[in-house]
Each structure stands twice: as structure tokens, then as C-alpha cells.
Design a protein around this ligand. Sequence first.
Ligand SMILES: [Zn+2]
Length: 269
Amino acid sequence: MPEGQVSHRNAIRFTAALVGHQLTRVEAPEPRLTAQRIPERLEGDRVTGAEAVGKHHLLRFASGRVLHSHLMMSGVWRLMPSSSPPRPGGLFLALWTSRHVAALYRCPNVRLLEPGEPLSRGLRATGPDLLDPAVDPGAAAGARLARVEPTRQVGDALMDQRIVSGIGNVYKSETCFLTGIDPWRPVGSLSSEEATALGATASRLLAEGVADGGPIRTWRPPDAPPWARERTWVYGRRGKPCRRCGTRVRSRGQGDANRTTYWCPTCQT
Ligand SMILES: [Zn+2]
């Protein structure tokens, strides 16, 4: 599932491969995108920027148009040389330059904005991005969590992209474990040091995810080979012994979306 590390990694790759290049061909085979007439509006335009805001992707063009996408649970952007065109199954959108193809799969959440057209409400309401170099992630999390409804649970609040953006379901559980904070605690019980630690830790994990480029890996024993399948402290480890104390890791759905949270009842208080 894409979290903030994926959008930021894509922004880096797209900047290197696409910025400065003209779109020679645009395909939008997905029927749900037909009404936007994306190929007619975008072909021939030149890419001027690729950005990530939380889990949102923004591609900017010389015309002033902006292509906004959000991968949700199942979408994926792939980048490949134009000599090896994208496979058609699940293809929603393909942007071709003379050298590369950026192909978007299984993602209906795409909008092509006209110059000056306002960004979607969801994007405008996005909280500070924990990977934005202009943001101090600890301070941002401290300030934003202090304004959250105090009875809200920590794990649920961390997933709310309006508070801070970038954290998804895996990083939520791993951040709470590494800070020793029980994800079921009310936000109002957090000290300012704890709130700061949550933001700083999540930001560090996300940055490592951008650098890694593969599946999320938060547990890195020095002797583990790179292909080791075990990659996390608690996420996905229900019933297995905690790596620190041996207590069985627990899991339960949390928040309105009932997203599964994993935690160690001994290490996290
Ligand atoms: Zn433990």
C-alpha cells in the first residue's frame, strides 16, 4: 500500500526522467477517465515539475495545467523506457516522452486541472508533509496533534492526512512501536515530547523508505540479508513474539476505516 515514501520517490524519479520533456503521446484507456479528455488536453505539453504532497502526486506542465493523482489503496505509477511500453492490463493512463513512459495503473483518482484551477479540497486540506524539507516534522506533529480532539486515538490521528501527511498503515504501527507509545491512547494524553517524537520518528522512517526504494523495511538487524522477508518491528506480526520483549504482538482494527493496528502491549504504554 502506497504511503508517503512512494509519492516522494516517484517525484524524484519523475523529476529526473520527465521534467523538461514534451509529451509525445498520452493514452487514457480507462473509461472512468474518458470524460476528462486527458490525451487531447495534454499531448504536446512539456513537463515542468513533479512533486509529492503527502500521498498526492502532482505533475506540472508548461501550459500551467496540473495532473493530480492519489494512489489510494491499489494504484501504482511505473516509469519505464519508451522502448519497453507498459503492459495494458489495469493501465489507466500513460504519458510518453521520446525516452520514457510514465504509466498509471488501477488508479481512478486522477484529475487534470486547467491553469489556475484550484486544487481539490482534499489536497488543500492536507497537513504538513513529514518529508517536506521546509517542515520540521517533530515540531509540526507536536503543534498539529495539540489541536486534535483530545479523545481521539493516537493511531487513528496519525493516519489522518489533514493532521500531518505521509503516514500510512505500516508506518503508523511502526512509529508507535519505536516511540513506545500505545496507539490506543487518547491524543490528549501525549506529552509534547511524545508528540514530537512521533513526528520525528515517522519522518525518519519515511525518508528511509524513499532511499530504500523497495517494500517498507523498518527492522534492520545488521546480520539480516537484504532479501530477508521479515521487515518490520510489529506490522504484520500478530501473535509473534515482540522483537524487544517477547510478548505476543497484538492487532486490531482502528478508526473509522478500521485499518489494522499492530502493537506490543508491554513495550508500548
Ligand atoms: Zn515488546
